[in-house]
Design a protein around this ligand. Structure first.
Ligand code: NAD
Ligand code: TDX
Length: 339
């Protein structure tokens, strides 16, 4: 049995990761440490919570004493750090919390892991640390780091810091840099869920700038399988890019969603561009594919249809987010389990 600290496991990618792992294996004891910011939703973990090898802890990765207490109690073998402020637009409105959580919080996890020892520490980073591409080319692991938003600059700091703990202290650090994810349980501030939900509510679809910014999309389960494999087979001190070679301009995705929902393109509304809006991201995943044997299993065409279907079937889930009711879930379910 391995004891694993997962941080930010009540968010979109982390909750999918936990649900997937606990369905597929029983040799991991998972402790999920999550602050439950606006982006954390314990309803995502309803099924996992029934499992005896899963424990939720409400808390902040910045809380050194709490993190230390958890390391003493559970003697973690692995740490997977998903916890972050993750939305670029919010980082433009206010950057302080991005540095607090993404940089300082990661530092706390690294320092405590250094103090108590750890078998593996995986830092979940992003392709946004590479900055923006022109019309051609791909991000490889040796593309220079050149983040453009307060969000991506904070993620770049965190992953550089994690790598510095490998070089300076010999810690067993792994870093993954993935492209844009989509799938179930994504908070409806991000492009795909926002466009699905607005379409269903016949609300306007705000397209930033000319709608021709390109992102490289990956289904969340493919990202999470890659994380599991990197944890198993990755080389310490190395970075692994993760992407599904699925580049698309935003407007194309929006039109695809409208078509799947049988809604009119008249809902599209071009709005003022995001300041500093990166033009294009595209990932070269040949390293993880050659060295670790990972490849995505889902095509964009199938997985976007599955995702639209999921939001159609789970209107109650996103309605509780829109009304704010999801914030009560912790008090109802977990009040007595606060430490
Ligand atoms: P998310 O915003 O949906 O979830 C973040 C989670 O972290 C939430 O549950 C939140 O409550 C928790 N959290 C925030 N601050 C915390 C703190 N101080 N202490 C403890 N928990 C805290 O994010 P996501 O989309 O699931 O992204 C997860 C990770 O993957 C992030 O590190 C993000 O940078 C990275 N990433 C995301 C994408 C993407 O497309 N969403 C792509 C590549 C990498
Ligand atoms: O209303 C919108 N209209 C719009 O045109 C929103 C929310 C977004 N967009 C555009 C901006 C981007 O070009 O769509 C694209 C995708 O936007 P987001 O969903 O905000 O994602 P992005 O900024 O690309 O960042 C995401 O991918 C990398 C995640 O939020 C990050 O956490 C991850 O690291």
């Amino acid at each position: 049995m391995k004891n694993i600290l997962i941080t930010g496991g009540a968010g979109f990618i982390g909750s999918n990761f936990i649900n997937q792992i606990l369905t597929n294996r029983d040799d991991w004891q998972i402790i999920n440490l999550d602050k439950l910011t606006y982006a954390g939703n314990l309803e995502n973990l309803k099924e996992s919570d029934k499992k005896s090898n899963y424990t939720f802890v409400k808390g902040d990765i910045n809380n050194f004493e709490l993190v230390e207490y958890l390391f003493q109690k559970y003697k973690f073998d692995y740490v997977i750090n998903f916890a972050a402020e993750s939305h670029v637009d919010r980082s433009i409105l206010g950057s302080a919390i991005f540095y607090q959580t993404n940089v300082m919080g990661t530092n706390v996890l690294l320092e405590v892991a250094k103090k108590y020892g750890i078998e593996k520490f995986l830092q979940v980073s992003t392709d946004e640390v590479y900055g923006s591409l022109g019309t051609t080319g791909l991000f490889t692991e040796s593309t220079p780091i050149s983040p453009n938003s307060p969000y991506s600059a904070s993620k770049a700091s965190a992953d550089m810091m994690a790598l510095s703990f490998y070089h300076t202290f010999g810690m067993p650090i792994l870093v993954t840099r993935c492209s844009n994810n989509y799938g179930p349980f994504q908070f409806p501030e991000k492009l795909i869920p926002l466009m699905i939900i607005n379409s269903l509510n016949d609300k306007k679809l705000p397209v930033y700038g000319d709608g021709l910014n390109v992102r490289d999309w990956i289904y969340v389960d493919d990202h999470n399988r890659a994380i599991e494999l990197v944890l198993e087979k990755g080389k310490f001190g190395e970075v692994y890019n993760i992407g599904a070679s699925s580049e698309m301009p935003n407007i194309e995705i929006i039109k695809m969603i409208l078509k799947l929902l049988n809604k009119s393109e008249e809902l599209i509304q071009y709005v003022k561009d995001r300041p500093g809006h990166d033009r294009r991201y595209a990932i070269d995943s040949s390293k993880i594919s050659n060295e670790i044997g990972w490849a995505p299993l889902n095509s964009f065409e199938n997985a976007i249809a599955m995702t639209v279907e999921w939001y159609l079937k789970n209107q109650a889930w996103w309605n509780r987010i829109i009304t704010g009711e999801y914030r009560n879930y912790f008090n109802v379910q977990y009040g007595e389990r606060l430490i």
